[in-house]
Design a protein around this ligand. Structure first.
Ligand code: NAG
Ligand code: NAG
Ligand code: NAG
Ligand code: NAG
Ligand code: NAG
Ligand code: NAG
Ligand code: NAG
Ligand code: NAG
Ligand code: NAG
Ligand code: NAG
Ligand code: NAG
Length: 626
């Protein structure tokens, strides 16, 4: 059973593997191109910051696209720190459109009587640089008695700001900058300069107990969270916030629009990229790689094609992906059509619909496995039933009795064999019609061939009743003790079938009765041969009656029970266990068994002699009774 299941599983696995192999013929070519970050010979990293062109490390080193993009890497820090230009603005991060830099913060601290004890102004001037304050920044004022203004100048003069007044610490909400203790305002687009100035009405005299200091700063909106009253009294607020909230700057190339810049010699966008105008309103542009390309658009030779076929997540092909410049094409293998797209029609076999094949294969396998399962179940159940029946029959047919007899009769019966039902089924080709060599009132005789090529005759009786079992077994045991050349040899029996089966040596030339009465006569049945047969039969009977350890009465001596082998040697057969005779028996062994003696055998033999002499049938209904 286990082996069957294993085989089944193995078979399914192999089928699945074949299908997978058939559909997974992926054509992907791996071409990895190192993308260029900086100009040749230029440093690409400062500390843990990667500096891509148009930025460049080292003022005057020609590594950047222009003075504004120079970055100073101060190695007196560990790790080294990058700064914008020659200045003191530390850079945290550089992206395609922005840089994040260290913040500045205005601060004013008062004493209890309103005296200014500490202050700090904050301003950032980005004029004549490629940077401007990004819109992601917000101007924030922290305090409960404060007004802060942010002013821009140079390109345009403006001031804006916000005021925050409150009186109790418990009024200040936690977690949001809502206008109580904290206010925020945004900066106009494109601003390049700001100065933050803080002023107070009461110099914090009324709120000093919970808010001695006020702060104003510009920084990334999403990085800052107002913690409420605890921020108002926290002496570390400035250092903590500066470390956490960067200032975000947008950067652009030049001060011209794309349209104008494209005509100039120093247009920065290299091949496979496009130009994007700055939205600050003050000119300048940036470059971006075309769709399907990647790399640095500012540095020769420009953007590189992305091989979308390398990564299955980057393409939508079902089977074959062909990389093209800036894109890829999906295609189908030979014998399939379709767009090859996962979200499209995929690949369909030319003759039949591929999904239908899959579906029907699935159905087929499912159905087949159910069928196999049921068949296997059926056979195992019937087989078990058969085995149970065989055991039952074996006992019912006296198998145990026989075994007992055999073991108590050691030595005499070594040639007796208890055949299994299976062995005999095999030997007779499952009791095939063409194996029948005799049919009679009580049963059928089959010719059988054992695996060792010995030819046997198997007597299969009609249904037997239980009372006949013991005599049957006794007779079997007796017969197996008989070893005479003129007595047909019993080789064994089978008790596993409903009726016991007897296994004899096969005697090839038929019955004496047949030879005497066959039409036309047979030339070999000469006087001498008739005498020899008579003598041989007599000798066998005498042996049975006297020579065997217990007298054996044949009880059914007649010409139909005398067989002739290939050399016409006589073989007495049919010892009454299951007489099969087409002819009317002189008497039925089962009816008269107990009253029959060796004398009745002799009488019957006399009839056989008469038959041999006259060639006439012992019983003939056509003749008169006398
Ligand atoms: C796979 O791609 C290579 C080059 O891209 C091509 O030469 C080859 O024929 C392709 N193979 C199949 C099966 O399409
Ligand atoms: C870079 O270094 C700083 C301090 O040395 C560290 O806080 C930061 O997480 C580092 N950044 C990366 C991306 O490693
Ligand atoms: C930078 O480039 C200019 C002209 O392109 C050249 O005159 C100058 O010598 C270069 N400087 C360095 C340090 O290579
Ligand atoms: C590096 O930083 C230190 C300390 O801030 C400063 O003294 C020094 O001048 C800087 N060096 C350069 C080259 O900017
Ligand atoms: C507060 O500061 C002012 C000016 O700095 C000073 O005159 C005054 O004595 C200080 N008051 C207290 C209580 O420290
Ligand atoms: C800004 O204001 C100053 C004086 O307040 C003035 O001199 C300057 O011209 C103004 N700038 C612009 C661009 O209007
Ligand atoms: C703010 O949080 C602090 C503790 O984190 C708490 O004591 C205070 O009551 C909270 N204030 C408000 C207004 O929720
Ligand atoms: C804030 O940082 C400065 C130097 O960065 C330091 O001198 C000062 O003590 C710090 N303030 C607090 C309250 O930690
Ligand atoms: C643009 O920049 C160039 C130098 O890069 C400068 O000469 C010119 O005046 C600028 N134009 C404007 C309108 O700012
Ligand atoms: C596509 O490929 C690029 C580079 O090969 C990779 O950076 C990107 O994450 C990929 N996209 C997806 C959706 O996998
Ligand atoms: C890719 O597909 C398009 C349209 O389907 C076709 O015009 C183009 O020639 C194909 N390119 C390659 C390299 O197969």
């Amino acid at each position: 059973m286990q082996r069957n299941i294993q085989l089944l599983v193995l078979w399914f696995c192999l089928c699945g593997l074949a299908l997978t192999l058939a559909t997974a013929a992926d054509n992907t070519t791996t071409i990895t191109k190192a993308t260029t970050i900086a100009k040749p010979g230029c440093q690409t990293r400062c500390g843990n910051l990667t500096v891509p062109y148009p930025f460049g490390i080292g003022p005057g080193s020609n590594c950047s696209i222009g003075e504004g993009f120079d970055i100073t890497c101060n190695t007196s820090f560990y790790p080294p720190k990058p700064f914008i230009g020659k200045g003191n603005i530390e850079i945290y991060d550089i992206s395609d459109t922005q840089v994040r830099v260290h913040n500045v913060m205005a601060k004013k601290c008062y004493n209890q009587t309103g005296g200014l004890v500490d202050y700090n102004t904050a301003s950032t001037d980005l004029n004549t640089s490629p940077y401007s304050f990004s819109e992601v920044n917000t101007f924030t004022v922290i305090g409960c008695d404060d007004l802060a203004l942010i002013s821009g100048s140079e390109q345009r003069n403006f001031s804006c700001g916000c005021a925050s007044v409150c009186s109790k610490a418990r009024d200040v909400p936690n977690g949001s900058c809502s206008g109580i203790g904290c206010c925020q305002t945004s900066l106009p687009k494109g601003s390049q300069y700001f100065v933050a100035s803080l002023s107070s009405w009461q110099n914090h005299r009324d709120v000093w107990s919970f808010n001695p200091c006020s702060y104003a700063f510009l920084g990334e909106r999403d990085s800052f969270t107002f913690r409420g009253a605890s921020d108002l009294s926290d002496p570390d607020f400035m250092n903590r916030t500066k470390a956490k909230v960067p200032l975000v700057l947008d950067w652009v190339i030049g001060n011209q629009s794309c349209f104008v810049a494209q005509k100039s010699n120093d247009f920065a966008c290299e091949s496979n990229s496009y130009c994007v105008d700055s939205d600050s309103g003050y000119g300048g542009y940036r470059c971006s790689c075309n769709k399907g390309y990647e790399g640095n658009p500012y540095i020769s030779p420009g953007c590189q094609d992305i091989n979308e076929c390398v990564n299955p997540d980057n393409n939508t092909c079902v089977v074959i992906c062909i990389n093209t410049a800036g894109s890829y094409n999906c295609s189908c293998p030979h014998g399939y059509f379709g767009d090859g797209q996962k979200s499209g029609r995929g690949c369909i076999a030319k003759n039949s619909q591929f999904p239908v094949i899959k579906f029907s294969l699935g159905m087929g396998f499912g159905f087949l496995s159910i069928l196999i399962g049921i068949t296997w179940l059926y056979f195992s159940i019937t087989r078990r039933k058969l085995i149970r029946n065989r055991e039952k029959f074996f006992q019912q047919n006296g198998g145990l009795l026989l075994k007992q007899q055999i073991s108590s009769n050691e030595g005499g019966v070594e040639s007796t064999k208890i055949f299994t039902a299976e062995e005999l089924e095999k030997a007779t080709n499952n009791y095939a019609e063409d194996r029948i060599i005799g049919r009679g009132g009580n049963g059928t005789v089959y010719k059988g061939i054992l695996p060792d090529k010995r030819v046997i005759a198997i007597k299969k009786s009609r249904i037997m009743d239980e009372s006949q079992i013991e005599p049957f077994i006794n007779e079997m045991v007796i017969l197996t003790q008989v070893n005479h050349r003129n007595v047909v040899k019993l080789m064994g029996c089978c008790l596993e079938s409903e009726v016991p089966l007897l296994v004899y040596e096969f005697v090839s030339n038929g019955t004496l009765s047949h030879h005497i009465h066959s039409r036309g006569g047979i030339s070999w049945l000469s006087w001498e041969n008739r005498l020899r047969i008579a003598a041989e039969s007599a000798g066998a009977l005498a042996y049975l009656h006297s020579a065997a350890s217990k007298p054996i009465i044949h009880r059914d001596v007649k010409s139909a029970n005398i067989l002739l082998d290939e050399r016409y040697t006589t073989k007495i057969s049919d010892f009454g266990a299951s007489s099969i005779g087409e002819h009317i028996s002189l008497r039925d062994a089962r009816v008269f068994g107990s009253r029959l003696t060796d004398k009745s055998d002799v009488y019957s033999f006399g009839v056989v002699l008469a038959e041999l002499l006259t060639g006439k049938k012992p019983l003939c209904l056509e003749r008169t009774q006398e």
